[in-house]
Every structure is written in C-alpha cells, then in structure tokens.
Ligand binder design. Structure first.
Ligand code: SAM
Length: 210
C-alpha cells in the first residue's frame, strides 16, 4: 500500500511549515528529544538509522554521539525538510540524508551484495504516518543487526491542545467539522507509543529490541 497521502502532506504546506519553524519546533520538542536520546544505546562507532528525520536535529545529535567511527543515515519523504537537513550538515560526513520511504522503497541499491545493517533505528514523532505499519516495521527489521534496538516516541491519545485547540476554534466559527480521515494521523501510534503531549512530558520512548 502506498503512502501517497503522507507524501503529499509532507511535500506540501505541512512540510514547508515544519521547515520554516524548525528552530521553534526544536525548542518545543527539546525535552522529548532529550528523553529519547537518554534512553538510546548510542556508542561511538554505531551505525544508526533515523526514520522521518525531518530537518535533521535528532540525526545531528546522534551523529555527535556515534563520533567519526559511526554513521547516521536520516530517511524522510519530505523534500523541503531534507533540503534543510542537508544545509544544516554541510561539511560533515555524518549524518547523511536520503529521500526514501522505508515502507515502500528499497534502502539498498539494486544488485547490492548484502543488506545495509544498522545497530539502532530511532525516530522522533516520525513513525506514525505509515499506511501499513507492520510492513514498514518488518522492512526496518530486515536492515537491523541481531540485538539492535528500534526506539521511537509519538503523540499520546490524551487531549492534545496542539491538535484540539485549532479544531475547537474552527468549530466555533464554522460549526461541526467533518471527522478527520483515520490515516495518516499524527496520533496513529498512540496505542503503542508512550504518551507524549503538548507540552511534552518526561516519559520514556518505546524501545523494541530485535
Ligand atoms: C512530525 S515530523 C518529525 C520530524 C523530525 N523527526 C523532528 O522531530 O523534527 C514527521 C516526519 O516524518 C516524515 N515521514 C512521514 N512518513 C514517512 C515515511 N513513510 N517515511 C519517511 N519519513 C516519513 C515526514 O516527512 C516528517 O518529516
């Protein structure tokens, strides 16, 4: 199943808005990212994947921790965000960034002798936009070393003013709004991710050990 709606959203106004507001969003999400990083088994030399890397803040911070002997690859579907991520990492070998949807695209070049393997796959609010999360997670797992970890956070199910407040204001002026499509939705991972709310609370990320 394609991720067409997600691609359209993140290459359209949402992607541009997220890029234009990168500094403010990084401040807003700093506590959540600090918590995620604190729980990641990041060691010098590790090979790390960042899913839905956006403007690259998590990738840059992880690249500092895995040092020159390690490497971070950020994947995203959003051209505006990848452009910004690349600008922010000019002159560095790592992180590197690729436009790729792990649910549908091949990470390895055709004819590659063996699959690229990672010690860790991390994501900050980038794992809940898959139209087929099981397929996406299986494909991620195929690129992990034995014992590798997948760690991600996501928005919780509790009332999140970041989403509910604009809707309440719109409803006051426009009347009842049609219900939102089930997917893609920012809180799609809520049933399986530890709750993150606005402002983010200090809760651990979701860790899966392979
Ligand atoms: C809420 S933003 C988070 C960006 C970044 N991780 C951060 O913390 O600032 C979600 C990101 O996931 C990306 N994304 C959504 N679906 C994706 C997919 N199937 N594969 C790769 N990236 C995806 C979007 O393009 C967007 O950059």
């Amino acid at each position: 199943m394609a991720n067409t709606a997600t691609h359209d959203i993140w290459n359209g106004q949402s992607g541009r808005d997220w890029a234009d507001n990168q500094r403010a969003l990084d401040i807003f999400l700093r506590d959540a990212m600090d918590q995620l990083l604190a729980d990641l088994p990041l060691t010098p030399g590790a090979n790390v994947l960042d899913i839905g890397c956006g403007a690259g803040t998590l990738s840059l911070r992880m690249a500092d921790q895995v040092a020159e002997t390690g490497a971070v690859l950020g994947l995203d579907v959003s051209e505006p965000l990848l452009q910004l991520a690349r600008r922010r990492s000019v002159g560095r070998d790592s992180p590197s960034f690729r436009k790729l949807d792990i649910q549908t695209d091949d990470l390895d070049q055709p004819g590659a002798k063996s699959a690229t393997r990672f010690d860790l796959c991390a994501s900050q609010i980038g794992m809940m936009f898959f139209s087929d999360p099981v397929r996406a997670l299986r494909r991620i797992r195929a690129h992990l070393c034995p014992g590798a970890v997948i760690a991600f956070n996501g928005w919780g199910q509790d009332d999140n003013p970041w989403f509910s407040l604009p809707l309440k204001v719109a409803e006051r002026h426009l009347g009842p709004l049609p219900s939102a499509p089930a997917s893609p939705a920012p809180n799609n991972a809520a049933p399986i991710s530890p709750p993150l709310s606005a402002p983010p609370r200090r809760r651990g990320p979701w860790l899966l050990r392979m």
